[in-house]
Design a binder for this molecule. Structure first.
Ligand SMILES: [Fe+2]
Length: 390
């Protein structure tokens, strides 16, 4: 016999609460529809059939989860490169997202320098994925950033957003990432392309925006509830001043539950200005359609998995709800010319990358690294072997 609440089965009560409540953040963890197992050909690139599947996923959903693209040794090498940067007190921190989380060591987003091992690792990924990159990006298009994205317990859940358009972005899991650690959340099928506005009876863009507002309302509550919990909990204690900085600060940060900037309309990702009576009415009218058309899907990639996505796909970096740091290797390559200020607003190239630009063509022509990584015994041997041909 099932548990009941005031005469109703508990599950029925939960369903009713979900239907009338805007507050609950619902996320699917089933990524099977977006996964392709990596199969390489004799030259170390994706095999033709695998490449076709990957391109179909990228066009249909805006992302693909390529499993087993990296061997354990390659993933270990990538992790070592990231560790060297994370351990460097002089590292170059990313300035585009979650500055407050960076300040309180809830996140550590920083760019990697253009050293031969780092560029070599990026080149290996580009060469393996050459068929994908050359489908979308010309060879003269710039590498926008190479970075590490680490989040710790107590970080904020980013608002659902689009990155600057015209970019192919990559995350590589260099160790297993669990759901609790906060694998990236995507809204499959919300990428932008010519004529997308004609889909869903000509209302696609409006529906996507409504879904984003609905999700961000829930994320605001999720973050506030979590911060309130952290105030009284020793597991992830708040630093002095952290609560005020995250909830009432005047400082710019697009991804905090900052009520002051929310009320003043100073947050371009989500603010009170977006919740006018017409929008609230549309959210009510479209509540069922939104749930049927779109869903938040959270990735939990295994070591060696690589995620590629079109930058204008709706997505968010969630909070880390585990005591184990979550780390990703990331890089982005432009699909078109890109204005410098726009580039630096959305991405964080390391000063060495700004000083000497690297293009997709440079990375594809870099000496193939397959074989050298597998046979190296130590990290230092691996590093010394990864010398690119620039
Ligand atoms: Fe993003």
């Amino acid at each position: 016999m099932g548990v009941t609440t005031h005469g109703r089965p508990l599950e029925e009560c939960r369903i009713i609460a979900r239907q009338i409540g805007m507050n609950e953040l619902r996320v699917s963890s089933d990524t099977s529809a977006f996964e392709v197992p990596a199969v390489l050909n004799g030259t170390g690139r994706l095999a033709d059939d695998c490449l076709r599947q990957v391109l179909t996923m990228m066009d249909t959903y805006g992302l693909v989860v390529l499993t087993n693209l990296l061997s354990d040794a390659e993933a270990d090498f990538g992790l070592e490169l990231m560790r060297q940067t994370i351990d460097d007190p002089e590292r170059s921190k990313c300035a585009f997202a979650s500055e407050t989380d960076n300040r309180y060591r809830r996140r550590d987003f920083c760019s990697l320098p253009s050293t031969p091992p780092v560029t070599g690792f990026a080149a290996m990924l580009c060469q393996r994925l050459e068929g994908v990159y050359t489908e979308y990006c010309g060879r003269s298009r710039p590498l926008l950033e190479v970075a590490t994205f680490t989040s710790y317990l107590g970080s904020s859940h980013q608002y659902v957003h689009r990155d600057p358009s015209g970019v192919i972005s990559l995350f590589a899991a260099v160790e297993d990432v669990s759901e609790q650690q906060g694998g990236t959340v995507f809204v499959p099928g919300t990428h932008l392309y010519g004529g997308v506005g004609n889909t869903h009876g000509g209302t696609a863009e409006e529906l996507m925006e409504l879904f984003r507002i609905q999700s961000n309302y829930r994320i605001l509550w999720h973050n506030l509830k979590k911060l309130w919990w952290m105030r009284k909990n020793d597991t992830a204690p708040l630093a002095p001043g952290e609560f005020l900085d995250r909830v009432f600060s005047t400082k710019w940060d697009q991804h905090q539950p900052n009520l002051l900037r929310f009320v003043l309309g100073k947050n371009s990702q989500f603010s009170l200005r977006m919740l006018g009576p017409r929008t609230l009415w549309k959210l009510y009218r479209q509540r069922e359609a939104l749930g049927q058309l779109f869903q938040l899907v959270q990735t939990a990639p295994r070591k060696g998995t690589v995620i590629l996505y079109r930058s204008d796909l709706l997505h968010a970096g969630p909070d880390n709800r585990s005591p184990h740091p979550r780390r990703f290797f990331g890089m982005s390559i432009a699909r078109d010319i890109i204005e410098t200020k726009y580039w630096h607003d959305g991405y964080s190239p390391h000063p060495t990358l700004m000083a000497q630009a690297v293009t997709l063509g440079d990375l594809l022509e870099n000496r193939a690294l397959d074989g050298t990584i597998h046979h190296a015994e130590t990290q230092s041997e691996r590093a010394s072997e990864l010398v690119p041909n620039f």
